[in-house]
Ligand binder design. Structure first.
Ligand SMILES: Cc1cc2nc3c(=O)[nH]c(=O)nc-3n(C[C@H](O)[C@H](O)[C@H](O)COP(=O)(O)OP(=O)(O)OC[C@H]3O[C@@H](n4cnc5c(N)ncnc54)[C@H](O)[C@@H]3O)c2cc1C
Length: 395
């Protein structure tokens, strides 16, 4: 890294969305600096992030553009069937990828595998400086340029600053961009489990009163053990949270929640807890500044679409910036905002409504949703619509 370097774009943040954007832009010939306060070595461990991600077909396109998809595809488990149940009921709705002539609805892959591949690709990519761990102490924006000061005293300049520093975005705060949102008073418990029988590439979403209990199929481990990852949502106020009960009770509950065809189930990774909330920036742009991914919109994970939305921001931004003479031109940023707000707001509305509808144990609501799920199953066009949404494709 040289002192006082000038780039086309500087990105603050270093998560999966950020590095995908940095790689996409660098491959289009733009010079990019990506500054992350966290250490990549630490971020690539399961202890830092033990989650898996549901990569939709649309998002796989971004990871292909970033040049990492072919290398990690083998470690990604295709989802060929999605079963929807309600509070442990028999399957109320079943989606089969073959019904829409596709091999899968998307793939489940461990976050740390995606991160490791992105770090390796970034290290090899020309015109991309991945500067981490490093903190930014200040940035200044003028009509022509953005100047970023790092904690080590160096300064970097660019035409555009991208804030991709997650839900609690410092960039957003410094740019005085306000947010709207609320807490769901729910948290998600995440862990990897091993089960006796194969999962048959089935993803399960069981809508329980405290929130959805999702089982996502993973590739077998190197010893051929069958694995899935779970996202277990609970109300925060729940006194006997699964996070606090004994290992023995936890396993009993886990085995109760899993359908019988999995055989016996056991936890094989530490349990991690994520508080859930909704956050949406009032605007995504300011002079020579743009917000993407969770810095712009953080949603409920009920449909596993958070990163997928961020990757759709990236597709749009790359398309707009790739031939731009001035990456910070106001018209270009306006177009990004116009295009992305509509899509993001639709997903915010959908995930928020789904959570309200499916985390509710009132009898009339429960009956209406069971009826609704069965009805969707009988309407081929509605079923097809939901399947395309799950794949990250339109309508
Ligand atoms: C339980 C759970 C399950 C989920 N499952 C799915 C799923 O199946 N599919 C899906 O698409 N999405 C899913 N999501 C959402 C997804 O995890 C997020 O949308 C995604 O991680 C956001 O990526 P990001 O790069 O925008 O932000 P982050 O991953 O939060 O990264 C932000 C980065 O910015 C850096 N940073 C922060 N502040 C600064 C600063 N001041 N200076 C420099 N760097 C800074 C951090 O170090 C970090 O590297 C899930 C979320 C949760 C909570």
């Amino acid at each position: 890294m040289t002192n006082n370097r000038t780039y086309d774009v500087i990105i603050i943040g270093g998560g999966m969305a950020v590095l995908s954007l940095a790689l996409c832009l660098a491959k289009e010939g733009k010079s990019v600096a990506c500054i992350d306060r966290d250490d990549p070595q630490v971020q690539a461990t399961a202890k830092f992030d033990g989650r898996t991600i549901a990569v939709s077909a649309g998002s796989a396109e971004v990871l292909k553009k970033a040049g990492i998809w072919e290398g990690i595809k083998e470690k990604a488990c295709p989802i060929r069937q999605i079963n929807i149940t309600d509070g442990g009921s028999p399957t109320l709705l079943e989606f089969l990828s073959e019904d829409i002539g596709d091999e899968s609805f998307g793939h489940i892959i461990e976050n740390r595998i995606v991160r490791t591949a992105l770090f390796a690709a970034a290290a090899k990519q020309k015109n991309l400086d991945h500067i981490a761990p490093q903190s930014v102490t200040d940035f200044k924006i003028s009509d022509e340029t953005v100047t970023v000061t790092l904690a080590d005293g160096k300064t970097l300049c660019a035409q555009l600053l991208v804030g991709a520093d997650g839900r609690g975005s410092w960039v957003r705060e410094q740019a005085y961009i306000r947010t709207r949102g609320w807490e769901y008073n729910q948290h998600a418990l995440i862990c990897t489990v091993q089960h006796e029988n194969p999962h048959n590439n089935i993803a399960l979403e069981d809508f329980r009163p405290s929130g959805p209990f999702a089982v996502l199929p993973m590739t077998d481990d190197e010893n051929g053990n069958h694995r899935s990852s779970i996202v277990w949502t609970e109300h925060t106020s729940k006194r006997r949270s699964a996070a606090r009960i004994s290992e023995e009770d936890f396993h009993k509950k886990l085995n109760d929640y899993f359908p019988d065809f999995y055989g016996s189930v056991k936890k094989i990774s530490p349990l991690q807890t994520y508080p859930l909330g909704l956050i949406h920036a009032e605007k995504y742009i300011s002079q020579r500044l743009v917000l993407i991914s969770d810095a712009a919109h953080g949603i409920h994970p009920i449909a596993g679409q958070g990163l997928n939305l961020g990757l759709r921001d990236i597709l749009k931004l790359t398309e707009l910036l790739k031939d731009a003479e001035d990456c910070g031109a106001p018209a270009l940023l306006e177009e990004y905002q116009r295009a992305r707000r509509i899509d993001n707001m639709a997903m915010i509305f959908a995930t928020d409504s789904l959570n309200k509808l499916f985390s509710n144990d009132l009898l009339p609501v429960r009956m209406a949703r069971r009826f609704g799920l069965k009805a969707v199953g009988k309407l081929p066009f509605a079923k097809k619509f939901f399947m395309k949404q799950a794949m990250g494709l339109r309508g």
